[in-house]
Design a protein around this ligand. Structure first.
Ligand SMILES: Cc1cc2nc3c(=O)[nH]c(=O)nc-3n(C[C@H](O)[C@H](O)[C@H](O)COP(=O)(O)O)c2cc1C
Length: 194
């Protein structure tokens, strides 16, 4: 395993991750595995261990899932409802009743917690797509989220269609492109390409 990592440079879980816009509409994620996604987020690092995150999780068929689906944008409503699990990702932005930042890193830390969830999902043979295409204010109102919390993004988790436990090799639906490593490393000789 260690040698493989040195050759490919990337852990297989990371190498296999991509974000589908098609999910198996039949597959249901059991409560134990769904809870393990939250457990993964729980163990993410955060500034001062402030843990500035919370999640509204709905499993397809339950009331929470239906209430989240109501507020999807036209684009995400084409694919997100068929995911087994929808999660609204909340950042603890302010100290209650004040305009003081709860943590200057709340978005950073929430993103990291969601990344942990995503990789836990990948380890369970699932796929995830994070998205912004929904009505944040409507979700906040729907679930009584107080002003000092922000509904930031949502994640859809599920199986890609026709995936089975033994069929781990899925092809992304479209070409995925990334900037070169050489463009990411900022040196005094050459800043990253803009
Ligand atoms: C914060 C955030 C917001 C995103 N919003 C959307 C969205 O509204 N709709 C969508 O289809 N995908 C959305 N995505 C998915 C990205 O488009 C996707 O991760 C990106 O194209 C890279 O593809 P990959 O995840 O397959 O590597 C979002 C991803 C992140 C992290």
């Amino acid at each position: 395993m260690q040698d493989d990592l040195i050759v490919s440079g990337l852990h297989p879980l990371l190498a296999a991750r991509w974000s589908p816009t098609t999910f198996d509409p039949v597959f249901e994620l059991d409560a134990t595995r769904a809870a393990s996604l939250v457990e993964a987020a729980r163990w993410a690092p955060s500034a001062g261990n402030s843990q500035p995150w919370a999640f509204i999780m709905g499993r397809r068929g339950d009331d929470t899932h239906q209430r989240l689906v109501r507020h999807l944008a036209a684009s995400s409503s084409r694919w997100a409802p068929s995911a087994s699990v929808l999660v609204a990702n909340l950042a603890h932005r302010f100290v209650a009743g004040t305009d003081w930042e709860y943590s200057e890193f709340s978005h950073y830390d929430l993103g990291q917690a969601v990344a942990h969830m995503t990789i836990q999902a990948q380890a369970l043979g699932l796929f995830a797509r994070q998205f912004r295409a929904f009505d944040r204010d409507a979700v906040a109102a729907e679930f009584g989220v107080p002003d000092h919390w922000e509904v930031t993004t949502m994640s859809a988790f599920g199986r890609a269609p026709a995936t089975t436990d033994s069929d781990a090799d899925q092809a992304p639906e479209s070409v995925r492109e990334r900037r070169a490593v050489s463009e990411l490393l900022w040196t005094s000789a050459r800043p990253p390409a803009s």
